[in-house]
Design a protein around this ligand. Structure first.
Ligand SMILES: *Cc1c(COP(=O)(O)O)cnc(C)c1O
Length: 432
């Protein structure tokens, strides 16, 4: 091929063009990458089929023509492979493994890094289902979690003990948007890892769903593994679920092996849409959403019915310095993102909670361009109240420790006209 894939083309250009081939598949003649629909693959001989299963996902064989061959969709598949290559490059990692959704990616990352008797140290503000995974499911298999403030690297290190194999952070955190300093946590973990053998290293895992690789590249900041939901702004249109783990090469075999045996496979048609429609328009969408989010955040900050606004782009944001360093687009420009969190004011918590519910219910029944729905990162602006909805798996103590106010509202800004979003909000505030 004459075209130079290594030339320093810009990040957004690369998200559109990709590489025209994977290690196992060439599709250079296609302007739009092909989409596959074959659950199984023809084999030349029984022994070749056997080789495929035995050597499956062994990096020693990955680059060789014979192996691993495509055998069955759950093991490996061409269209999903293209998306994995794109995401690996977007995150700047060594290997990527796609999953059916964000939760299957997160559970895979935690289960391949841990084992019975091992522990996780996690930031205490997390996506509700991740919290439920760590507290309801992993303990059944002998894995426990200690929750700390991930914004305090010393507290993270203090919670690490001999059993700890993973530190798990979500930043910006859901729903409060707390920004955690990934590089500082990495530095704090270094002396611990320096004393440990290769097998016992504490692996730093970061959920990059809220920022997407457009606005934050955790691996470059010192994370070992990135997990993310592609269902959100990477997909961008709200039509497909998907998840991705991007990791060092040493996890390649275990991640692919985990997916082979636990399942959670991303359908090729979803992989294709996530790549062709989602990734190629990610920068464009997120920049527009971010511009609107900034306007909405400033509007909310000036509104008397609002107690507190948390948006990484506001001067008042508690971790404004870290945010400015960490949330940057591929050209280094500050990209505070499309999520906004605010608390409805009230004379006490109960009034604030009641007014919040009235606000959200008004929007649900009256708003044209703000929709009451969970999820985020779509063309449409979504609103929800975490204490009552997404984070209801947490009891009131866990909610308060995570900084989630009963009158808290989470907004995921879409691609509508900013004035229209503000008009619908304004009308809703007048109703409470
Ligand atoms: C949505 C989300 C997940 C889970 O992703 P799914 O694709 O819904 O399984 C994980 N983490 C964060 C931060 C999320 O917003």
């Amino acid at each position: 091929m004459d075209r130079d894939h290594e030339a320093p083309y810009q990040y957004d250009t690369r998200l559109i063009h990709g590489q025209f081939r994977t290690e196992k598949w060439e599709y250079d003649h296609h302007v739009i990458p092909p989409i596959t629909a074959s659950t199984t693959f023809r084999l030349d001989s029984a022994s070749r089929g056997r080789t495929g299963f035995v050597d499956f996902a062994d990096p020693k064989h990955a680059a060789q023509a014979i192996s691993p061959i495509y055998i069955y969709d759950r093991l490996d598949e061409p269209t999903v492979g293209m998306l994995e290559d794109m995401m690996r490059d977007a995150e700047g990692g060594e290997t990527a493994c796609a999953f059916a959704c964000g939760m299957s990616a997160i559970s895979a990352a935690l289960m391949v890094t841990g084992r019975a008797g091992s522990s996780v140290v996690a930031h205490r503000t997390l996506y509700g289902c991740t919290f439920s995974l760590l507290t309801n499911w992993l303990p059944r298999y002998g894995m426990t979690t200690r929750f700390v403030n991930g914004g305090d690297p010393e507290a993270v290190v203090a919670a690490v003990d001999d059993t700890t194999r993973a530190v798990y952070l979500e930043t910006p955190a859901n729903p409060t948007l707390q920004v955690l300093d990934i590089a500082a946590v990495r530095r704090a973990l270094e002396p611990i890892n320096a004393r440990r053998g290769a097998k016992d290293q504490v692996v730093l895992v970061v959920d990059n769903t809220f920022a997407t690789p457009w606005a934050q590249r955790p691996l470059a900041l010192g994370a070992d593994i990135v997990v993310e939901s592609l269902t959100k702004d990477v997909g961008g249109f709200g039509v497909d679920m998907g998840g991705m783990v991007v990791a060092p090469r040493r996890f390649h075999k275990s991640l692919k092996g985990f997916r082979k045996d636990f399942g959670g496979v991303l359908p090729p048609a979803s992989a294709w849409r996530l790549m062709v429609y989602g990734l190629s328009t990610l920068g464009l969408r997120i920049e527009r959403q971010t511009e609107t989010a900034g306007r909405v955040a400033r509007y909310l900050e000036s509104h008397p019915a609002v107690g507190r606004v948390l948006y990484p782009g506001l001067e008042s944001f508690p971790q404004a310095d870290v945010a400015r360093r960490q949330l940057v687009d591929p050209k280094g420009r500050f990209c505070p993102g499309f999520m906004v969190y605010f608390e409805v004011a009230g004379k006490d918590i109960e009034e604030s909670r009641a007014r919040c519910e009235r606000l959200v219910n008004f929007i649900a029944t009256h708003s044209y361009c703000i929709t009451l729905a969970v999820s985020l990162g779509m063309t449409k602006t979504l609103i929800e109240t975490p204490g009552l909805m997404t984070h209801s798996s947490m009891d009131s103590r866990a909610l308060s420790e995570a900084g989630i106010h009963p009158g808290g509202v989470r907004m995921a800004i879409g691609l509508e006209d900013a004035d229209d979003v503000i008009r619908d909000l304004d009308e809703a505030f007048r109703s409470i």
